[in-house]
Design a protein around this ligand. Structure first.
Ligand SMILES: [Fe+2]
Length: 506
């Protein structure tokens, strides 16, 4: 292969991690596991202890790993974090990495058609890691997040439906952008965890302390002895430790912070009066969709459902939206829909007109689009069991006027928003709405396998909901569609589209 495939680029750009399956042969696996047994290896750095270590050492220079390191971090990619046996966690631990503050030396960014992936962490699975085993977890798309992760999420008190276990087969290679938010759950597998990691960085960025060598082999010049401590702290030192000392200044005098670290102030402070819930803001920006729980009460659900029950003549049937997709085709039952439910004869239109400017919705629309949005259309999605899904559509790339998404200085910008009110529960096995969380930020076009769900690459996510919940999603920037409807009762989703004040034609 000359370069990563389009699918691999899309996968890594959307998710921030990818699995290269079955890289190690059975013989290589046996040799590595045999070496760990023989060395009685403990968690932590794997040092060379004679020829018995050779199969393990080979992991850090495996040609497949080196090839991906160069693809992602550039041709000058180099080993930065030495080979380590990942510790089996016995208790829950906070997640690591990601976040709003950027460490450019390990950051991920697409800019002007260039990918800057400054660091990757590679994990070799030497045993199977199944879904219930614990071990590695990651947050899809978090390498592209520019919003501070909520404390509850980082601490593990509230996973927000975002923390996913990574399943691996023995011999797989897991590659993570260094800035991906990730961690480890307590290990519950039958045998030992047997996950070996190492890290690579781009050629131009600062190595970690473990692999730092003085740039020139020189010390500071003799005249530097006469400098004061602040001047010495700031003058280039070829043998400087990291993190460097922090020199503070008020403009008139300088002083050292008590501890070394990074001081990188922001001009902005968080606004406690913005009426934005920080978990919702993070979820929205990370994924491109959001579920507001329990907006409709029992009475509202009752009258809305009754309005549909009593107007069967307004429901139209037939057609498929699966396109050429086999997985989304369903069993040939036509889709059912209800146009303009807000125009149903009195009193049946009222429960849908109420939805246009519901306060819970308006509060979110204000920070998602800015004021001045217009409600453009309303329809009911009422398909029965076996009716087709909808091929995935509305990718962020190629860019158009209508599909732009951005978060800047604490504001999100979007031009089209879909709002889907759930009149009945949507359990995972029922099908319905699916999306690719994080795809609103990708620089790569949506692959055909995603469009048809014939190759989901682990990226397509079903969104389970309850009656009364309201789903908001980026109508034109987040790749989305639907699985065939498989619930015993018909689907009952009322769909609205909102257009921002910034657009004119649909
Ligand atoms: Fe759509």
């Amino acid at each position: 292969m000359d370069a990563m495939t389009h699918e691999q680029n899309y996968r890594f750009d959307v998710a921030g991690y990818m699995i290269v399956p079955g890289v190690l042969t059975a013989a290589e696996l046996a040799a590595c596991n045999g070496a760990l047994d023989q060395l009685d290896a403990r968690a932590g750095r794997l040092r060379w202890q004679g020829p018995v270590s050779n199969p393990l050492v080979a992991l850090r220079q495996h040609p497949v790993l080196l090839w991906y390191a160069q693809q992602l971090c550039g041709e000058q990619a180099r080993l930065d974090t030495p080979l380590q046996l990942v510790a089996e966690r016995t208790a829950a631990e906070p997640l690591q990495n990601g976040g709003e503050w950027v460490d450019w030396s390990r950051a991920y960014r697409q800019y002007n058609g260039e990918r800057f992936c400054q660091g990757i962490r590679a994990y070799w699975a030497l045993v199977d890691i199944n879904e219930a085993d614990g071990g590695p977890v990651a947050i899809q798309g978090s390498h592209n997040s520019t919003v501070e992760a909520p404390q509850d999420l980082v601490a593990g008190c509230d996973e927000m439906g975002l923390v996913e276990q990574v399943e691996l087969r023995a011999g797989d290679l897991l590659l993570c952008a260094e800035s991906l938010t990730r961690g480890f759950r307590p290990w519950r597998g039958e045998g030992p965890q047997r996950l070996v990691e190492c890290g690579f960085i781009g050629g131009d960025v600062r190595p970690s302390a473990e692999s730092m060598v003085p740039e020139s082999g020189e010390a500071m010049p003799g005249w530097a002895d006469e400098l004061d401590p602040f001047q010495r702290a700031i003058l280039h030192n070829p043998d400087r430790s990291y993190p460097p000392p922090v020199v503070h200044s008020d403009g008139a005098k300088t002083w050292f912070a008590e501890e070394p670290g990074v001081h990188h102030p922001s001009i902005f402070i968080r606004d406690p009066d913005s009426a934005i819930d920080e978990k919702e803001f993070y979820h929205w920006d990370l994924c491109g969709h959001l579920v507001i729980k329990g907006v409709m009460d029992e009475e509202w659900l009752k009258v809305a459902n009754a309005a549909i029950d009593e107007n069967p003549d307004r429901i139209s049937h037939g057609g498929s939206a699966a396109g050429d997709s086999t997985p989304l085709a369903g069993s040939g039952v036509g889709r059912s829909s209800l146009g303009n439910p807000w125009t149903l004869p009195d009193p049946h239109g009222e429960p849908f007109r109420r939805m246009i400017a519901d306060p819970a919705l308006v509060q979110r629309l204000n920070w998602i689009m800015g004021s001045g949005y217009e409600c453009m259309q309303c329809s009911g999605f009422l398909s029965g069991k076996g009716s087709s899904g909808h091929f995935l559509h509305s990718p962020a790339t190629p860019a158009r006027v209508t599909n732009h998404y951005r978060q800047q200085n604490g504001r999100v910008y979007a031009e089209y928003l879909n709002v889907a009110w759930q009149l009945r529960d949507v359990k995972p096995e029922y099908g319905g709405f699916v999306c690719v969380p994080g795809s609103h930020k990708t620089a790569y076009a949506m692959p055909d396998g995603i469009r048809t769900c014939e190759n989901e690459m682990g990226l397509v996510k079903h969104v389970a909901m309850e009656a009364g919940d309201v789903l908001l999603f980026l109508a034109s920037a987040q790749a989305h569609g639907a699985y065939p409807w498989m619930g015993e009762e018909n689907r009952r989703m009322i769909f609205f589209q909102y257009r921002s004040r910034g657009l004119y034609r649909s």
